[in-house]
Design a protein around this ligand. Structure first.
Ligand SMILES: Cc1cc2nc3c(=O)[nH]c(=O)nc-3n(C[C@H](O)[C@H](O)[C@H](O)COP(=O)(O)O)c2cc1C
Length: 172
């Protein structure tokens, strides 16, 4: 028997994951982002196969991860986490720059960025696990990173269908 409370006891941070394909670029919110080795530093991310960012990473083998600052509001998170870049320009109202590799770096409400080169890709069914080597990093500003717990308990944020931790609410 699975009591899903055991899964909701797990803690996470919240991140922006960015990617590009040719001249196009996109980014999304993800909580399933974690460091898996120290030497060399490697990062793993689990992305839903329906997301545009997923497709860009599959195409180029590159992605960018940014820790979100705690002062980020729901408008900012909604822009990247509840809309898809397939039919909407997420960068129209935020300040950003492009890294040397052309990856989008969001400058509003983020603490840092790192670019990652994918070394392994694992098919998880609904999601793909991308594991890669950190190649470049930059600190944008000092601050507290936004945690998933703060997002849920203080900002009262929800988790969209497609996220790794999505739970169907069957209560009436
Ligand atoms: C709090 C939060 C956490 C999320 N975590 C993940 C995640 O770990 N993996 C994932 O694939 N999607 C996650 N999502 C959902 C994506 O951000 C969302 O599907 C987004 O619209 C995809 O955008 P895209 O199609 O432009 O790439 C999360 C969203 C929110 C708001």
């Amino acid at each position: 028997m699975i009591d899903t409370r055991a899964l909701t006891d797990m803690t996470y941070g919240l991140f922006i994951v960015g990617a590009r394909e040719g001249e196009k670029f996109n980014a999304m919110i993800a909580n399933s982002v974690f460091q898996v080795t120290a030497e060399p530093p490697k990062i793993a991310i689990a992305l839903n196969k329906n997301s545009l960012t997923h497709d860009y990473i599959k195409a180029t083998g590159l992605f960018c991860v940014q820790a979100i600052a705690q002062e980020a509001d729901m408008l900012f998170i909604g822009n990247f986490g509840f809309r898809t870049g397939k039919n909407y320009d997420k960068f129209a109202k935020v300040s950003y720059k492009l890294s040397a590799q052309g990856l989008p770096v969001v400058l509003d409400n983020t603490l840092s960025w790192m670019s990652v080169k994918v070394g392994q890709t694992i098919d998880l069914g609904t999601h793909t696990l991308f594991i890669g080597l950190v190649e470049d990093t930059e600190i944008i500003k000092e601050g507290k990173p936004l945690t998933y717990d703060y997002y849920q308990c203080v900002l009262r944020g929800k988790t969209p269908r497609g996220a790794t931790t999505f739970k169907e609410n069957k209560e009436k």
